[in-house]
Design a protein. Structure first.
Length: 323
């Protein structure tokens, strides 16, 4: 009997120990079963939500900018985009060049309009108008004025057209090195102005929207900056090389002409007539400059300058005798 009781107690102990283990197992299984519906719900949400909606809910700024309501009133603080800041710096540099050329050319103002060199009062008026337009664009870009959008499009398009026509009507009488330098400057001006117009057209919202929110650097900002900077760097490098070569050639021809004339500038005109091309132009330039020191009649000096075929040397000749 005692053995049976011991066995019964042992069985009861075993049974008691099994029960909590089964409860624990069930308790462990329950959270897993409860977690399955949540996982299914998440999967269903992901499947039911199309990828297009995710793109539309967070669209890139370039797409948002295409849809806005133009407003003549601008409110709130704003940050000038990087590309517009670069344009302000570029226009400031142009304004500085215009001021220097304006001050330097007050006695003999000149400009190039559709392939023709314009001098005198007309050139002074054209340069003054261009300088005023540049200052208006700088102010409009910085203060987000709507008029600066149309004004900048017209200005850069006109300068590109002027450079293109000047390139087509280019005079072949120029010095070969100087000719290449002018061709490079005209081509650079056309390409860069086209890129600038493209960028301003894509930044129309900056000029017309009521509130312009701060935005990160766009892909088009990078393309615009890298294109302009790279093009300017290459153009300046090539232009500097051509400019140095042109300066060396011109000084060599001047020294050679002075040696040949030996101070007899009146008979030197016959010597100049025997030459041709850039050497003849430089010879006439030296004679006109030297004769202006002896206070010769201005009409005679102008006649010598007009016989120069190269526009650059002719312009230099007229400037030298006007002092």
């Amino acid at each position: 009997m005692a053995r049976k009781r011991g066995k019964a107690k042992h069985k009861s102990r075993v049974r008691k120990t099994k029960k909590p283990s089964s409860k624990r197992a069930k308790a462990k299984r329950k959270p897993a079963k409860a977690g399955k519906p949540k996982a299914k719900k998440k999967r269903l949400r992901i499947i039911s939500r199309p990828k297009v909606e995710e793109k539309i809910s967070k669209p890139p700024h370039e797409l948002v900018e295409e849809f806005y309501f133009p407003s003549p009133i601008h409110r709130g603080k704003y940050r000038v985009p990087t590309g517009i800041r670069f344009l302000i710096g570029y226009l400031s540099f142009l304004a500085l060049l215009y001021i220097i050329s304006f001050i330097y050319g007050v006695t003999f103002p000149t400009t190039i309009l559709f392939g023709k060199m314009v001098t005198g009062t007309r050139a002074l008026v054209i340069n003054s108008v261009l300088l005023a337009i540049v200052f208006l664009m700088i102010y409009g870009f910085w203060k987000r004025k709507s008029y600066s959008f149309d004004l900048s499009i017209v200005f850069f398009s006109f300068t590109a057209l002027n450079a293109f026509i000047s390139l087509m009507l280019f005079d072949a009488a120029e010095h070969p090195t100087f000719r290449n330098l002018l061709l490079l400057s005209f081509i650079s001006l056309v390409v860069m102005n086209i890129v600038i117009v493209w960028y301003i057209l894509h930044e129309k919202k900056y000029f017309y929207v009521e509130q312009f929110k701060e935005r990160p650097l766009h892909h088009r900002d990078k393309v615009f900056l890298y294109t302009i900077i790279t093009f300017w760097a290459v153009a300046l490098l090539i232009g500097g090389t051509l400019g140095v070569q042109f300066y060396k050639d011109t000084t060599r021809m001047i020294d050679q002409t002075v040696e040949e004339l030996k101070g007899d500038y009146y008979k030197g005109q016959l010597l100049c007539e025997m030459k041709y091309g850039p050497e003849k132009d430089v010879c006439l330039l030296v004679i006109a400059t030297a004769m202006s020191e002896y206070e010769r009649p201005e009409a005679e000096l102008i006649q010598i300058c007009d016989s120069i075929e190269s526009d650059f040397y002719q312009f230099t000749c007229k400037r030298s005798i006007s002092k």
